[in-house]
Write a protein that binds this ligand. Structure first.
Ligand code: SF4
Length: 78
């Protein structure tokens, strides 16, 4: 999924289904039938909240790329 600034996807292999992103941003995230996170198709994405959710995801399963630079913002690779 693409917003003005970011491209975002869920790494389903990494997601442990903890529900943190869902609680934090229910308008962006939902769960699939395995309780793994999924982006809502009709999501109106608040970019600040998206970054916050990615930051809070302990598994690094919310992958965010900066559209302009191509840099991966989350998870951090360091
Ligand atoms: S916070 Fe991360 S691990 Fe937890 S449900 Fe969301 S994407 Fe999955």
């Amino acid at each position: 999924m693409r917003t003005n600034k970011y491209t975002v996807r869920i790494d389903k292999e990494a997601c442990i289904g903890c529900g943190v992103c869902n609680e934090l941003a229910p308008k962006i995230f939902t769960s699939d039938n395995e309780m793994k996170s999924e982006l809502r198709q009709d999501a109106e994405i608040d970019e600040k909240l998206l970054l916050k959710a990615a930051e809070e995801c302990a598994s690094g399963a919310i992958v965010i790329i900066d559209n302009e630079t191509g840099e991966q913002l989350w998870p951090k690779n360091d």
